[in-house]
Design a protein. Structure first.
Length: 201
């Protein structure tokens, strides 16, 4: 995992260095939105019908994020941390954290409005904290695409609305405390729609 973290850090540094070469401005931002997971159960886990509800633990769940990076007239490069935690009834509880490096290219619609589209690469940490199940966590790779609209408000602030789709390979075992391992599940993908506010300086 140290090898993976090193290469994510190097990639982020190269992107930021490239943006900096075009009269970049620094910015920080906050996001809030909803995330839904697509989970694939193993064949052994499918033998327990009730486990199909794991897919609903994080579904349209509140997700917040913080970000920082650099922006030019052509685009922006930034790093984002996102956090989601939710449960289905009292049966399943999952926590998810994303650490992403992203680049967006701009398509101007006017002097203060840009469409954007870009790519993200990073890590996803998945934690299974369901009652009666032994706690388990995994860190997997994540990569995907995002798109949206960015509207400048005043001299330094901007608002945005966006959507990101990520593919991941994070997984978790489902082992009853004091009992057998029922199987495992994979976090195949994450859908995330969000609103954000940014400040340039």
């Amino acid at each position: 995992m140290k090898f993976t973290l090193k290469h994510v850090a190097v990639g982020t540094s190269l992107i930021l260095a490239s943006v900096a070469a075009h009269s970049a401005e620094n910015f920080v931002g906050l996001t809030w939105g909803e995330s839904s997971n697509n989970i694939q159960r193993s064949s052994t886990l499918k033998q327990f019908p009730e486990t199909r509800m794991i897919d609903h633990a994080i579904e349209n769940s509140g997700t917040w994020g913080i970000r920082g990076g650099q922006q030019t007239e052509r685009g922006r490069a930034y790093a984002t941390y996102e956090y989601t935690s939710d449960r289905y009834s009292r049966q399943y509880k999952l926590r998810q954290q994303n650490l992403l490096a992203s680049y967006d290219a701009f398509l101007p619609l006017g002097p203060t409005t840009n469409l954007f589209g870009g790519v993200s690469l990073g890590l996803t940490k998945l934690e299974n904290e369901s009652p009666g199940i032994r706690r388990d966590s995994d860190i997997g790779l994540a990569g995907g695409l995002q798109a949206g609209i960015l509207q400048q408000v005043g001299q330094n602030a901007s608002l945005e609305a966006g959507y990101r789709y990520l593919r991941t390979n994070a997984s978790s075992d489902v082992r009853v405390r004091g009992g057998q391992n029922q199987g495992s599940f994979d976090l195949n993908s994450i859908d995330h729609a969000y609103l954000g506010v940014n400040y340039r300086f």
